[in-house]
Write a protein that binds this ligand. Structure first.
Ligand SMILES: Nc1ncnc2c1ncn2[C@@H]1O[C@H](COP(=O)(O)OP(=O)(O)OP(=O)(O)O)[C@@H](O)[C@H]1O
Ligand SMILES: C[C@@](O)(CCO)CC(=O)[O-]
Length: 397
């Protein structure tokens, strides 16, 4: 907990963006670069204190509504909300995991992995971040406008709003409770940087609970917003020259699990290293090409039209490499074929295996007839503090 902080008592409304990976999904797990940007679809969390000893979790997107008595939860983990992040959550002691699972399983267990992982992520963050001796009941609800399990980073949005809420609630990060005057905003930049880095770190832990072995790209985009070039172990850099792109997103509605798809690529890498290594290197070359394309655009060397034309070719190349990794699906190939008949280029985005396909649109193209999305270079994590039944203006953490 920060030296001058104390647990925060007010209600919180927090939202974080989803993301679209333009290039580099899966390869990013193997330390190749991914290019991703935040999307204007968001996950929203509302937290309020209760006057009883109940912890209530409401997750309508996965059909979970559960209450636990505060005294039934395991003891806080000695991580104290910051420094020590050397542990992988799934390496927690077997006895603790069993305790948490018995809380999740309860009486109405319906063997639903989506509920189980979401509840485990919540309980893990709660016992990691709770201040010892804190006896406040709590209600937390999360609802997303992102489709769950469809490649647009729903788990990262969930992880980021959860981590932010619990870090603030238990006083590990401090937020101003009044609208900040313009001249004070600058003073908080270092504090804000530290807060976001804590959010990102703890969201990564929740992602590890849900995925097992995430690269960290999704939670970085959901925490910081904007367009990023991300390499595992090295972190991220903003994508110079990127302002916005128009995309068509098609949800195949074919369900899939990121954890299972990532594990499948892992098996291929182990069984065919001499085949898979060059594939991963080729993905790196695609991400590098994209990053340099935006740089050249920023320097006035290539037009937006030329950027889009080259991205179309890179989309095709990256999709075919993902298909070789074994993560395409007939439904995704169908979207590619149909859009191709209209002169458009499409690739899978996120983990693949179903979920969403992303098609790049030119400015003005289909503007009237098709719902489309903007990928944006802004779009941060935001916080609102409900005040006297009104919402104060939202601000960035
Ligand atoms: N709004 C939500 N409420 C509760 N749990 C959620 C929510 N969104 C995601 N989750 C959790 O995350 C899991 C989905 O994660 P998964 O990584 O498979 O999909 P994704 O994040 O949408 O896709 P990708 O990782 O390809 O971007 C769900 O099964 C659930 O456990
Ligand atoms: C498939 C993957 O590369 C992206 C999922 O959005 C997994 C990850 O990076 O953790």
């Amino acid at each position: 907990m920060a030296a001058d902080s104390k647990p925060y008592d007010g209600p919180l409304l927090i939202s974080a963006p989803g993301k679209v990976i333009l290039f580099g999904e899966h390869a990013v797990v193997y330390k190749k670069t991914a290019i991703a940007a935040s999307l204007g679809l968001r996950s929203y969390l509302y937290l309020e204190n209760r006057s009883d000893n109940v912890i209530h979790l409401e997750l309508p997107d996965v059909g979970l509504s559960r209450s636990w008595n505060l005294h039934d939860l395991p003891q806080p983990l000695p991580y104290a909300g910051s420094a020590d992040d050397s542990h992988h959550p799934l390496d927690m002691p077997a006895e603790l995991k069993q305790q948490l699972m018995s809380l999740i399983i309860g009486d109405d267990y319906d063997k639903n992995p989506a509920k189980e992982q979401a509840a485990l992520a919540f309980l893990y963050l709660y016992i990691s971040l709770v201040t010892p001796g804190d006896v406040r009941g709590l209600s937390v609800s999360v609802k997303s406008t992102l489709p769950v399990g469809a490649g647009l980073g729903s788990s990262a949005g969930f992880a980021v709003v959860l981590a932010t809420a619990l870090l603030i609630h238990f006083g590990h990060i401090v937020v101003p409770t009044k609208t900040v005057a313009e001249d004070q905003v600058q003073d908080r930049s270092e504090e804000r940087e530290q807060a976001l880095s804590q959010v990102n770190r703890w969201a990564f832990k929740a992602e590890q609970v849900i995925h097992g072995n995430p690269s960290g790209v999704d939670n970085a985009v959901a925490s910081y917003g904007g367009a990023k070039r991300y390499t595992k172990g090295e972190g991220f850099a903003s994508l110079r020259g990127f302002k916005s792109l128009r995309l068509l997103l098609t949800n195949t509605t074919v369900p899939r699990s990121t954890a299972v798809l990532v594990a499948g690529v892992g098996d291929k890498c182990r069984n065919f290293p001499n085949v898979m290594n060059p594939i991963m290197d080729a993905v790196q070359a695609i991400s590098d090409d994209c990053a340099s394309l935006f740089e050249r655009h920023a320097d006035g060397e290539v037009s937006k039209e030329q950027v889009v034309t080259r991205i179309e070719d890179l989309f095709d190349l990256n999709h075919c490499l993902l298909s070789a990794m074994g993560v395409s699906h007939p439904s995704l190939e169908q979207v590619r074929n149909i859009t191709r008949q209209h002169g458009l280029r499409t690739k899978l985005t996120g983990a693949g295996g179903g979920g969403c396909a992303v098609t790049i649109l030119r400015d003005g193209e289909f503007a009237k007839s098709v719902g489309f999305f903007y990928l944006s270079s802004a779009n941060p994590l935001t916080l609102q503090i409900p005040h006297k039944k009104r919402l104060m203006p939202s601000f960035q953490i």
